[in-house]
Design a protein around this ligand. Structure first.
Ligand SMILES: Nc1ncnc2c1ncn2[C@@H]1O[C@H](COP(=O)(O)OP(=O)(O)OP(=O)(O)O)[C@@H](O)[C@H]1O
Length: 472
């Protein structure tokens, strides 16, 4: 039996919401009347985590994630229910929480580590490692109130991971650090994982959850909807975020029905034969399917692609526009439906319109797919080197450009660039127009995937794990 690291039972947190500040006073005096509205930030949540497990907590804004972590960390009292933690808890909750702004970074490290039960000698032994990890130079001896949010995050994280915690609680703190620091933190979190530290992790990043966690808890409106395998829960979480409001109650009900179902916790590959985006619990595997490890998975999938108007790009950059304008960059399914959430491995069209202010010869069009970090993953052009391109004869003419693509990228967020060039008489390509981050799209998480990264290099056959005795 695995050793329990923390146990949460029937945890609830209620707030009394007063519309007016004076209502609070009235309530104290006129006790027989009610001047508040009760609000449950957390309702009857159960959670048991075993030693060495990394559990991610996801949920829409205001779903109770931080409240749950704060109660587990002991910085907030529950209204009902209990929390049992077995070991030293280091928590990174909110920026600078636990830091005294008037004290220097050095003093705060000593103060925090002492509160976590480290002796002065033990803190002195690890202080240089903490300062090196935080890497904030002379700021370590300046008051914390002069720190940037990134410096806060660096020092808080460095302190938490060097106090030898049994349970580490992280609430999105990493997202404020720069990329290099985030990478360093993830490396360290993985080392802590390997050494048996239990980790609770709140994030809005589906990729981080899938990369780091063993199990994921989905909270919604203060309630536990499901605790299960990362890919499965993330798929439901994304579905919940984008569901129209009138469909949310039914969706919540169907996710909840899966909680505790063995399939929700099954290995990703095994749980993947059913469709996580449908509102039905996954059907059990047939005996034939379970034993046919070498054949291609037979998935009867609908195209789950959909359009969310809330998901749009805020980083568009327009480069030289010499009488050329690109508009309405979007993605369509083969039957012409606009989408910005795509199903893995399906085919779509990247579509945009180009309007020309004057006539032009030998015009070509391009489309690029970029990763979040700017890396160009695909660069398609409308004409080959030996082709002339098109000629535009009339001013005000508008042309529609379509690039068929296959969504072989793994679940994540990607951007599209649109490019228009013209071939000059000396056959050199001249940039007319480029719209960077013209459109953003997501590839939806699919629980059947047994690989990660950027591109799907998986063949049509399932991975096989052979018993050494059968290998001759
Ligand atoms: N002191 C408070 N008084 C009243 N309501 C509160 C208080 N603190 C939190 N809440 C409410 O409790 C609910 C849960 O808040 P919590 O911060 O735990 O959500 P969350 O899932 O962490 O949200 P986010 O993803 O936006 O950080 C929210 O609706 C919030 O408005």
């Amino acid at each position: 039996m695995s050793e329990v690291s923390l146990r949460v039972s029937g945890l609830s947190k209620d707030y009394l919401i007063y519309d007016q500040p004076e209502d609070r006073l009235k309530q104290m005096v006129l006790r027989w009347r009610r001047y508040y509205n009760p609000f449950s930030a957390l309702r009857d949540v159960d959670l048991e985590v075993v030693r060495g497990e990394t559990v991610g907590i996801v949920g829409r804004n205001g779903s109770g994630k931080t409240t749950l972590l704060e109660i587990i960390a002991g910085t907030m009292a529950p209204t009902r229910g209990s929390v049992e933690v077995f070991g030293r808890v280091a928590a990174l909750l909110g920026l600078g929480a636990g830091f005294n702004p008037e004290f220097s970074g050095r003093d705060n490290v000593f103060l925090n580590a002492a509160l976590l039960g480290l002796s002065t000698g033990a803190i002195e032994n690890v202080f240089d490692q903490i300062a090196a990890f935080a890497d904030i130079g002379p700021f370590i001896d300046r008051p914390v109130k002069t720190y940037s949010s990134g410096m806060y995050a660096r020092l808080a994280f460095a302190t938490a991971i060097h106090v030898d915690p049994d349970i580490l609680i992280v609430d999105e703190t990493l997202s404020v650090g720069d990329e290099a620091f985030q990478r360093k933190c993830f490396r360290r979190i993985n080392q802590l994982k390997d050494s048996g530290c239990t980790i609770l992790f709140v994030t809005h990043s589906a990729q981080t959850v899938v990369d780091l966690c063993d199990r994921v808890l989905l909270l919604d409106r203060g309630e536990r909807l499901i605790l299960g395998s990362p890919r499965l829960v993330v798929a439901y979480y994304q579905r919940l975020i984008h569901a129209p409001e009138d469909q949310v109650p039914a969706l919540r009900g169907s996710i909840r029905a899966l909680d505790g179902h063995p399939e929700a916790m099954a290995l990703t590959r095994l749980s993947g034969r059913s469709d996580p985006m449908s509102d039905q619990p996954p059907a059990p595997l047939s005996e034939a399917e379970e034993t046919s490890g070498s054949s291609a998975p037979k998935r009867e999938e609908r195209d789950e692609a959909f359009f969310s108007p809330h998901f749009c790009c805020e980083s568009q950059i327009e480069a030289p526009a010499s009488g050329v304008c690109v508009s309405d960059v979007h993605l369509e399914t083969p039957d012409g439906r606009r989408v910005n959430h795509l199903t893995h491995e399906r085919e779509y069209d990247v579509v945009y319109r180009v309007t020309f202010a004057h006539s032009l010869d030998r015009v070509r069009f391009g489309m690029q797919v970029r990763a979040v970090n700017g890396l160009i993953l695909s660069d398609q052009v409308s004409h080959t080197q030996s082709e002339e391109g098109i000629s535009v004869r009339q001013s005000g003419e508008t042309i529609e450009v379509r690039f068929p693509i296959k969504a072989i990228l793994f679940p994540g967020t990607y951007f599209l660039n649109a490019v228009v060039t013209a071939l000059s008489p000396d056959l050199k390509s001249r940039l007319l127009y480029r719209l960077i981050d013209a459109h953003v799209f997501r590839i939806l998480a699919r629980p059947y995937l047994t690989a990660g990264g950027l591109l799907n290099t998986q063949a049509g056959r399932l991975p096989r794990v052979l018993d050494p005795q059968t290998v001759v």
